[in-house]
Ligand binder design. Sequence first.
Ligand code: G3I
Length: 371
Amino acid sequence: MRKNYGDWPAKSIYRRTFLLAASAALASAQVSRADEPNETSLSQRAEKKGLSFGTQVNSGPLFSLKPYHDAVLRDASMIVPENEMKWRPTQPTERQSNYFNADRIARFAEDNALLLRGHTAVWHQNPPVWTKDIITSDEGQTVVLDHARELIGHFRGRVMEWDVVNEAIAPEDGMPDNLRNWPPYNKGGIDFIADCFHAAREADPKANLYYNDYSVYYQSQGRRRDAILSFLEKLKSRGAPIDGFGIQSHLIANAEFDENVYRRFLSQVADLGLKIRATELDVSDVRLGPDIDLRDAIVAAHTKLYLDVLFDEPAVIGLVTWGMTDRFSWLHEGWPRKDRLTQRCLPLDENFAKKPMWYAIAEAFDRAPSR
Ligand code: G3I
């Protein structure tokens, strides 16, 4: 089912700017198309500036497809499982936990000296089927808290950063404090979410704890920005042990992006004393025509525009992409192109060759101020 990532604007007043940027990106892309095997990796470039680069991984291809496995190791110093740590796969029945795939990824991280992000303990979208009636009952909050403790406790000492709560804000639902209309939030409100953070801290005192959410980047998403800022303020004022805000960054090429609005939002989050990480970057090309070079150029130009603003904010500590290669992206199912072509939304193409988006990320790290 298509997921709504907010009211992306239908037309862009910045089209001309994008086309200019796109032709520049296209020119540089054509020069840099041939991969250089010893080129400095994304994580090396990030680390030079005191930032980090990571990617989401899926255990299927990670352990069966060598070019994918190698691509992850070449560029990333941090990984996050796409689905393997979510509630449904880790607790398929009430009495049975299954950490097989999540544990494999954790071991892969340790064997290769990669940092591990945990995603995600509390998310309205992913409770297992067996919780259906419990979630709506008086036990709803307890079962969610127990799960958070169990999951985070299982990986105690091994995960550097957890998305403790994911996507709890939905102003369109019309609930108090703009919380999503989900029974545990309806009953417990922000105090319940603060409890989730306390449970996470007890389960793993050393992990950094994040709130993670989407659709705060574009002009039209002011209502979500305001709601999330006010939510983060309330969480902090209740003493919730929250260390950071994860900005998912599911972007759309050619959407209207006002850098001043976004700069201000980032600095307001920073003023709350929170670290910021872009946690799920990809750039959908659903609005673009089929031409591959043009799509790649516009996606790269949009990536550049966004990352230059992001990295200027000193509270930003790194970037994670929601995949490395166009071969595997949730967008193909979640937000398909009308012409059914594969979206060119990630740094590497379907055959693991670097695309202009890879170079846009690399150059954004090169330009970023040092931390
Ligand atoms: O688990 C079943 C499996 O048993 C079955 O064989 C298979 C057949 O289609 O479906 C499997 O479930 C799918 C699951 O991914 C694992 O592949 C679900 O249908 C599918 O909806 C699920 O999608 C994931 C989605 O989160 C929901 O969990 C995407 O892969 C994943 O990329 C996406 O990631 C989210 C982040 O967690 C939060 N932010 C947004 C982001 C994109 O939607």
